[in-house]
Design a protein around this ligand. Structure first.
Ligand code: NAD
Length: 476
């Protein structure tokens, strides 16, 4: 597949390509251009030229195009889901869910097309004022490989409906679904240059976008370290940023919780997308009095998860997306064993057997008796490993949960309203769930506190991340 710049499918100035590998088979799927600084600059130029035309269309006209695109995505959802599974590794059911999510998010922003307007303000003695909301100009979106379609929608939806043009830099492992979705937007009527996609290394293409004087805003999703680098580059140029970074979400299970529900929530919360979700359950804290029962149920549930190529039927969990992530998870679990930092109840190995003999597979893993200083609790474990820690009460659970540099999501599992209220108030996170975990919706803000990021996506407030507010004061 080629890059998309100014409405055309193009190769890179470099003439070089890189391979896209199916993580379930390690087979080559496709090759995409290895973009350079020149390619990124050309895309910014195209987005800049397209800006005044796109900004002068009405939000309703823009919504018409995005709505058409969402319709085409729904018609082609089977083909897009297979492509997403092949390049990302997730199960077909998860891929279908994500592709539907892409369409839902675009349609949600179409619904907001008439909602963003300035305000009229009366000022005592001095007359009145009004505010005007304007698009920012060229925006850059830099995205990761774990949910490439959904995160693309979270960025292009608010950026385009509010009249900005955009350059998207997909992750190097998963650009194919992004390129196909961008071509669908062109087919739906998006003018040349309004959305451009440049593939290539983050340090080259991504940093060129961040540094370009013509790019007014960067919306980034990825690791904390990369986010800090982008924030540093953007600060020197006083650019707007939205940073959606890593998380290590705690799940707090109280002794009055419905344990069947908690187990189902933990299995989905931890092992969905092979554990590669920013808001996955990455640390589970359970009251001592129900720990043994919960751990037994978790063990049974985990042993029943079917691991394999996401394209095959009856698969619950696919492989990790890439070799780097696979090596990281293998080493992490080896460290636990070697340093005696926990008891592996189930999993912990690269599976043998025909379905998983090639590819970046790792067994869904349950580890108990994890000490507080363990890497399992300190780092963002982006893979299918669930550490469980026993606590005596809610106070200890909240203290342990907040003992993290991350603050993306957190869930509390209880039937007691007072405990739930204490959890909502005291857990340091951008999103708190009660008796569920992982659920997100286009209608509600999404984002983190602490090192998990700056700004919010989704919900009506996401539009203000892409709009400039001008105040006009009049004297009567
Ligand atoms: P990453 O930071 O390695 O890469 C993300 C993107 O940034 C890629 O497109 C990459 O090419 C690009 N990039 C890398 N270096 C760059 C640089 N110096 N300048 C500009 N761009 C650069 O992250 P990843 O490994 O692809 O994704 C996994 C991470 O994303 C996890 O930490 C996960 O929690 C996080 N994530 C967060 C959210 C959220 O909304 N908070 C959602 C999904 C994933």
């Amino acid at each position: 597949m080629k890059m998309q710049i100014n409405g055309k499918a193009v190769e890179s100035y470099s003439g070089e390509f890189f391979d896209i590998i199916n993580p379930a088979t390690c087979e080559l799927i496709d090759r995409v251009p290895k973009g350079t600084e020149n390619d990124a600059a050309m895309a910014v130029e195209a987005a800049s030229s397209a800006f005044s035309g796109w900004a002068s269309t009405s939000p309703q006209q823009r919504a018409g195009i995005l709505y058409r695109a969402a319709g085409i995505v729904r018609q082609r959802k089977d083909e897009l889901s297979v492509l997403l599974t092949r390049e990302q590794g997730k199960t077909l059911a998860e891929a279908k869910n994500e592709i539907a999510g892409f369409a839902n998010v675009l349609e949600y922003y179409c619904g907001l097309a008439s909602s963003f307007h300035g305000d009229f303000v009366q000022i005592p003695q001095n007359g009145y004022a009004f505010t005007v909301k304007k698009p920012l100009g060229v925006c850059a979106a830099i995205i990761p490989w774990n949910m490439p379609a959904l995160i693309m929608a979270w960025k292009i939806g608010p950026a385009l409906i509010s009249g900005n043009t955009l350059v998207l830099k997909p992750a190097s492992n998963t650009p194919l679904t992004n390129l196909t979705l961008a071509s669908i937007l062109s087919e739906a009527g998006l003018s040349a240059g309004v959305l451009n996609v440049v593939t290539g290394p983050g340090e080259v293409v991504g940093e060129t976008l961040v540094k370009s004087p013509k790019v007014k805003k960067i919306s980034f999703t990825g690791e904390v370290g990369t986010g800090k680098r982008i924030a540093e580059l953007a600060a020197g140029r006083m650019k707007r940023v939205t940073l959606e970074l890593g998380g290590s979400d705690p799940m707090l299970v109280c002794d009055d919780a419905n344990l069947e529900d908690a187990v189902a929530g933990a299995l989905r919360g931890r092992f969905y997308n092979c554990g590669q979700t920013c808001t996955a359950v990455k640390r589970l804290f359970v009251f001592e009095s129900v720990a043994e029962e919960l751990i037994k149920k978790l063990e049974t549930g985990i042993r029943n998860l079917r691991l394999g190529n996401g394209l095959h039927e009856d698969i619950d969990m696919g492989p990790l997306n890439n070799r780097k992530q696979w090596e990281y998870i293998k080493q992490l679990v080896r460290d636990v064993e070697e340093k005696d930092e926990g008891r592996i109840i189930t999993g912990g190995r690269v599976p043998e057997g025909s379905a998983c003999s090639k590819g970046y597979f790792f067994e869904p893993t349950l580890i108990t008796d994890v000490p507080v200083e363990s890497r399992l609790l300190k780092e963002e474990v982006f893979g299918p490993v669930l550490p469980v820690v026993q606590v005596k009460d809610l106070e200890e659970a909240i203290e342990a949960a907040n003992n993290s540099c991350y603050g993306l999501g957190a869930s509390i599992w209880t039937k007691n309203i007072d405990r739930a209220r204490i959890g909502f108030e005291q857990l340091n996170a951008g999103i708190i769930w009660l008796n569920q975990h992982l659920k997100v919706a286009p209608e509600v803000p999404f984002g983190g506190t602490k090192e998990s990021g700056i700004g919010r996506e989704n919900g009506p407030d996401a539009l203000s991340e892409y709009l400039d507010l001008k105040t006009v004061m009049l004297k009567t």
